[in-house]
Design a protein. Structure first.
Length: 103
């Protein structure tokens, strides 16, 4: 398994669209900026077949660290917001069908 980076996505978009890397990078940056702005406003983003991005509220909770100087003591993790992703049916099916056997 490898790591797909932004530059790899730019190259793939440029190749698929028969365009330049510069135009592909501009297009990808526009999409990512739109996603970032929408999520910051609290919008839910649904990409049919791929998945859904949404902002989730996480409640304050108490935890006990398992390492460090404060191990065993309870600390409070404050309430916060985070981005959640739920995969769509087509993406889930593609990932399931591409499993490689363990060696």
């Amino acid at each position: 398994m490898g790591t797909l980076r932004k530059s790899d996505l730019v190259a793939a978009v440029a190749k698929a669209s028969n365009g330049t890397r510069s135009s592909a990078e501009d297009a990808l940056n526009s999409v990512l900026d739109t996603l970032r702005i929408s999520l910051a406003k609290g919008d839910r983003i649904v990409l049919t077949g791929f998945g859904t991005f949404e902002v989730r509220e996480v409640k304050e909770r108490k935890v006990r660290p398992i390492r460090g100087g404060s191990a065993g003591k309870t600390i409070t993790v404050p309430a916060h917001r985070r981005v959640g992703f739920s995969s769509g049916a087509e993406l889930s099916a593609a990932v399931r069908s591409s499993r490689r056997p363990r060696s």
